[in-house]
Design a binder for this molecule. Sequence first.
Ligand SMILES: [Zn+2]
Length: 483
Amino acid sequence: MSLYLKYRPKDFSSLVWQEFIKETLKKTISEDKSVWAYIFCWPRWTGKTSSARIFSMALNCLNNHDWNPCLECDNCKSFLAWKMTDVIEIDAASHTGVDNIREEIIEKAVFQPNIAKYKIYIIDETHMLSKWAFNALLKILEEPPAHVKFILATTEVNKVPETILSRCQRYDFSKITKNDIKSRLDFIAKEEWVEADPEAIDYIVKNSDWWLRNAISLFEQFIIWWKISFDFIKSNLWLVSSDKIEEIINKILNKDRKIIHEIKEIQDSGVNMKLFFKDILFNLRDNLIADFSLWNEKTSNLKLLNLLWEAFVKSKNSFDEILPFFIAIITFISGDSLIEEKIITKKEIWWEIKKTDTKEVIKKEKIETEIKENKQENVDLDDAFSIFWDEEIIISEEKSKLENTNTTNFNIELLFAELKKEWWKAFLNLAIKSSETFIKDDKLHIKAKTKFNFDKINTIDNITLLNQKLIDLWFNYQVKIEM
Ligand SMILES: [Zn+2]
């Protein structure tokens, strides 16, 4: 028998979670409140069948000390032996669901229970019932025989008609918490005489997606020689240690491009890559959830988490399960180049200012207007200024260096050589070569011989480029295009 079935809770005291609901249910029995129907609403695998069965057992228990099923009386015993004919379980999701409703409820509900106090119908996945079945159910809920009780269970309460809901006492179950799963695993370990180290339990809980059923079956897989150790899990699944995972995450967040090679090496060493990326995902998720107050500082964590999550979904349909994760990480890291592009735009604005206002110190207002005119609304001003000022310092340092080394002599060939590097500007190079060029008032005058050449040279793009090259080479020259 699997551990999950073996440790399926049998009474309220072994149902270790949903404390509030448990206590309320016990109270309804103790006060003998005449409610005919209950509806249990829950996310999947929150102990639904267990709770419904325990509750029906408690309702029929002959001893009922503390309103917990005694597990010893005739009714409890026959229930545990699957011989209790007065508790009828119907799965609305199955094809027989409709027939069962007709046969069991409509035709048989009126008869007295065989041995127990109540005839109890547990209807699982109630929301799957047909319209016809709901109507039949409603009919009986309007005038229920005193010996009948209904426990309706559903994972999608919004699909259950309001008319049904209004006749039921509703219980909303919550998902089992991480700590509840942990303590349940600890309990099972103790019962099974298994020694389990806390790091191993932590790892299992994390990888169960917080579902008790998953946690218990994972736990079961790792019981070897009555021992569960994280080292064993690690070597068996080819896992990467949690310290290493954190180190890798930090490198990705810091956009360290070398991380791609490092991950490739990890892959080549035989690590289980799906679990590796799952570990990264869980780590990011826990990190984000752990401290909401640092939310703003963690937007890049969220971005990475999102990309990896998408990769996780894509990898299920991918011919190469791991490729989407690599793509996600590369996308995250090279997202940076988008920011670099923005800086280039800001630089261009700066060059435009320089062009018209060479020797003046750039005023804050001027940049502001320029940015507005260039419709760079998304540019963070402070950010932009800091770049401009930094640039200013670098340029003036460069300038003094150049002045000191006396390399300020203009040489048009140097400019041509420099322009050659921009191969897509080959025509500009040719057009300048066929024009007259001379230096006057710290300006490089380019006098085009034809209108065609003048138009080709005289574009904002070209002027920006030429000014940039002139600054790079000699600093103190500006370009002036004429005809
Ligand atoms: Zn009993």
